[in-house]
Design a protein around this ligand. Sequence first.
Ligand code: ATR
Length: 270
Amino acid sequence: MNLSGKTEVYGIVGYPVKHSLSPVFQNALFEHFSLDAVYVPFEVKPDSFKEAFLGLKALGVKGVNITVPFKERAFELCDLSDEPSKVIRAVNTVKFTDRIEGYNTDWIGFLRALRELEKELEGKKVLVLGAGGTAKAVVYALSQEECYTYIFNRTYERAIELARNFSAQVVKKPEDVLDDVDIIINTTSVGLSDDDPPLFDYQMLKNHHIVFDVIYRSTPLVKTALKKGAKAQNGLSMLIYQGMESFRIWTGLEAPVSVAKDSLSDYVLS
Ligand code: ATR
């Protein structure tokens, strides 16, 4: 990597951010196109977010991804935002021009990754586990595809609020609709550790199910689904596709998915 006075700076803002794989594949994409640009992590303490975010523009940074826990606060600070981010009320991609432009690419990243498992989504019955920030982007994406969405969340009231905004239906426990749904999506942090108590009895999964977990490791949910003969995938593709869409917004270039995927091949996902 040759840095110069003309090198453009991009990055990811979050807390924590040390675990992020975005710098790995975004720099691989810059290199692929021989762009004089670099992508760096910015770990920002929550108290300093506004100062840091506005400072990025002042410093001439060209664009950033925004991750947990700042997506909603970043949305509020943007001068312009795209239609999906207005509905989701969160941005994961920011482009600094003379103004601050906000975009949400999580939903499109999720859809592209889900389509790797199932091309025909219209009319499918989907159970979404969780009602946090990621669930909002997922439920928005499903509403664009005219899926029939059920939401289960540990905190019932949060599920009600999310369902209301997207004409989805809340369920009191996953088992209530498990036999009836085609697709099951985990958007919660359950599964980050193998010791997490499961969200339901995963032995109830059947081979007709399609299982998608936004966590980018092989969670007990994904492992059990595969053992049962179901189609299942972790969140690595979603991470890559949302990032490729951010890259397109910043550079106008369509990145090849193979370049991003190859750059992550050394990162063992167990
Ligand atoms: P994110 O932006 O990653 O979605 P979030 O907005 O904090 O993060 O949402 C986290 C989601 O994981 C929520 O649905 C949360 O449930 P609550 O609304 O009840 O907090 C869910 N979650 C986190 N830990 C959980 C656990 N141990 N069991 C069940 N759900 C959990």
